[in-house]
Ligand binder design. Structure first.
Ligand code: DX5
Length: 224
C-alpha cells in the first residue's frame, strides 16, 4: 500500500506574534496537517505550550491537528488535548510506563494514536504497541528544538518502522518523521518509507514566504 505523502508544519518555528496569519498561509500553501510541539521543560529542556494553544489553533483552522507530547507522564495531559479538538496525539514511548493503555485511551476517543521514540531508543521498545497505533513517528533529531540537522541513521529506522507496521497488519498506519525535514532530506526520507512529515524551520523561516517554502519541499519530492 502506498500512502500519500503529507506535510505537517510545526508551529514551533512560526512567528507566534502573528500565528493566525502563519497558519492561514500554511493552509493556503496546501499543507495537510498542523503539528504542535508540546514541551514541558522536563522530558525536554524547553517549555512551549499546553492544550490552550491546541484550542487556539483549533479555532484558527479546519486542518487536522497533531499534538506531539514531549512531556513526562502524558497520561496527565491526553484528555485535555483531546477535549481541545486535536485529531492525533503522539506520545513518547520513553515518557510513560503504560503506553499500551494510553494509546487505547486515545483511540477510544476517536483520535489517531501515535507512538514516537527518540533517536537513542531501539525500535524494539515499541513492538508491543504496534498493533494498536495509527502512526509511528521517528524522531530524526533529539527532541526539544527546531532547526537541527537530520540524523542520517534515521533512514534505516524509517524503513524498519514501515516493515514492522506492515508485519503487524498496520499497512494503513503512517510512518512519520520529525526533525531536519527539508529540501535536501525529504526525498531520501520518503524513499526510506515515511509518508507523514513534520517540517518546522523548512516551512517557517525568515528566508522566504510560507508558500515558497512549502512549494520548495513539494518540488524536492517531485524531482526525486
Ligand atoms: C523537535 C521538534 C522539531 C520540530 C521540527 O523537538 O519536534 O523536530 O517539530 O523542527 P525542524 O523541522 O526545524 O527540524
Amino acid at each position: 500500500m502506498t500512502l500519500p505523502v503529507e506535510i505537517a508544519p510545526s508551529i514551533l518555528n512560526a512567528d507566534w506574534t502573528r500565528l493566525a496569519e502563519q497558519i492561514r498561509d500554511a493552509e493556503a500553501a496546501g499543507i495537510d496537517w498542523i503539528s504542535l510541539d508540546v514541551m514541558d521543560g522536563n522530558f525536554v529542556p524547553p517549555i512551549t505550550f499546553g492544550a490552550q494553544m491546541a484550542s487556539a489553533v483549533r479555532s484558527l483552522t479546519g486542518l487536522p491537528i497533531e499534538a506531539h507530547l514531549m512531556v513526562e507522564h502524558p497520561e496527565d495531559h491526553i484528555e485535555e488535548f483531546i477535549e481541545a479538538g486535536v485529531n492525533c496525539v503522539t506520545i513518547h514511548i520513553e515518557a510513560t510506563r503504560h503506553p499500551h493503555r494510553l494509546l487505547q485511551q486515545i483511540s477510544e476517543a476517536g483520535v489517531d494514536a501515535g507512538i514516537t521514540l527518540n533517536p537513542g531508543t531501539p525500535l524494539t521498545e515499541i513492538e508491543a504497541v504496534l498493533p494498536i497505533c495509527d502512526r509511528v513517528q521517528i524522531m530524526s533529531v533529539n527532541p526539544g528544538w527546531g532547526g537541527q540537522r537530520f540524523i542520517p541513521e534515521s533512514l534505516q529506522r524509517i524503513t524498519q518502522a514501515r516493515q514492522l507496521l506492515d508485519a503487524n497488519g498496520r499497512e494503513h498506519a503512517h510512518v512519520a518523521v520529525d526533525g531536519g525535514v527539508n529540501e535536501s532530506t525529504i526525498a531520501a526520507i520518503v524513499e526510506a518509507g515515511a509518508n507523514w512529515l513534520v517540517a518546522g524551520s523548512a516551512v517557517y523561516n525568515d528566508r522566504e514566504s510560507v508558500a515558497d517554502a512549502v512549494a520548495r519541499l513539494r518540488r524536492a519530492l517531485a524531482s526525486d
